[in-house]
Design a protein around this ligand. Structure first.
Ligand SMILES: *Cc1c(COP(=O)(O)O)cnc(C)c1O
Length: 319
């Protein structure tokens, strides 16, 4: 048995997007609502944390430590899971502390997480220091990997594929935002294990194609060992499009703005500025270019992130 806690609201719904599909005159569009996983405004990290927190408990840890960007959704969901299961929590955040914490950062504080600020080049060293200092005062820290993406966290998305298949939605394509690779690795492994006949396309948020393909294939292979038998994945099996990340992580361009507005104004559906906004912008461009065949059905796997809409940094920019 693979240790797992059950706190996500599953299965997440699959909705159709008729007005958006009609506005685009393209393929039939569906959305899988992993923005509704139920923990602290939801998102894809919740599925990973069901396995990561179970592992932390099994190891006797009493503290969760992880790292991320200032508006990290992963850090927000980790801080919430720590509160929910009685762990102390320290978040190592890259950047400078703003005068007033907003959005995800505000929520990190509300969940009682301690914040440690660092530079990107110092991130891993800072994590080591935080864990070492915690051990010195008698704590047992558990290091949650960046983005929740190791073989334990990626299990969440292997099982998410099984859940999706049990829902019987006829999707030829699954399209979503891909970054640290755990979501894509899990889906790819789940495809092999549970037999999904469609294609899985990650839109890179911040990594070159080859880097992300390599990472996803390696992680999917490692994750397979949790099921008792190693399966090998080649980088080419991980479909990654990195045409939409040139502006850099968290930088809002006209394409993300247009995508966030279009989803909001045709379907009343909220995307986030950093991840799903970028992935949706890529999806819209691919539809405009005729990448998908007319009769095909494309499922946009919503990975969450909407609290970042309330970061001052993005709010003015979106209207
Ligand atoms: C973390 C995150 C992603 C990327 O998922 P990975 O598993 O890191 O590739 C996508 N969307 C949102 C909203 C996220 O927070």
């Amino acid at each position: 048995m693979i240790p797992r806690l059950h706190f996500a609201h599953l299965p997440t719904p699959i909705d159709s997007l008729p007005r958006l599909s009609a506005a685009l005159g393209g393929p039939t569009l569906l959305v899988k609502r992993d923005d509704q996983t139920g923990l602290a405004f939801g998102g894809n990290k919740t599925r990973k944390l069901e396995f990561l927190v179970a592992e932390a408990q099994a190891q006797g840890a009493d503290m969760l430590v992880t790292a991320g960007a200032l508006q990290s959704n992963h850090c927000r969901q980790t801080a919430a899971a720590a509160a929910r299961f009685g762990f102390e929590c320290t978040l190592v955040l890259v950047g400078e502390p703003p005068e007033r914490p907003s959005a995800n950062l505000f929520l990190d504080r509300l969940f009682g997480a301690q914040l440690v600020w660092t530079q990107k080049s110092q991130r891993d060293a800072t994590l080591d220091q935080v864990c070492q200092a915690a051990r010195e005062r008698g704590r047992k820290p558990y290091l949650v990997p960046y983005g929740g993406s190791n073989a334990t966290g990626a299990l969440g998305y292997a099982f998410a594929m099984q859940e999706f298949l049990s829902q019987g939605a006829p999707a030829d394509w699954i399209v979503f935002a891909s970054s640290s690779g755990g979501t894509q690795a899990g889906l790819l492994l789940g495809q092999r294990l549970f037999g999904y006949a469609g294609k899985i396309l990650g839109i890179s948020v911040d990594e070159p194609q080859a880097v992300l393909q390599e990472r996803v294939a390696k992680l999917a292979s490692e994750t397979s060992e949790k099921f008792g038998k190693r399966l090998d994945f080649a980088p080419e099996e991980a479909l990654v499009n990195s045409d939409y990340c040139a502006a850099g992580y968290g930088v809002l361009t006209q394409a993300e703005r247009a995508a966030v507005r279009l989803f909001a104004q045709t379907e009343g559906l909220l995307l986030d500025p950093v991840y799903t906004g970028r992935a949706a912008a890529g999806l819209l461009d691919l539809i405009h270019k005729g990448f998908f065949k007319r009769g095909e059905t494309v499922l946009f796997w919503h990975t969450g992130g909407q609290p970042a809409l309330f970061a001052e940094k993005y709010q003015g920019d979106l209207l």
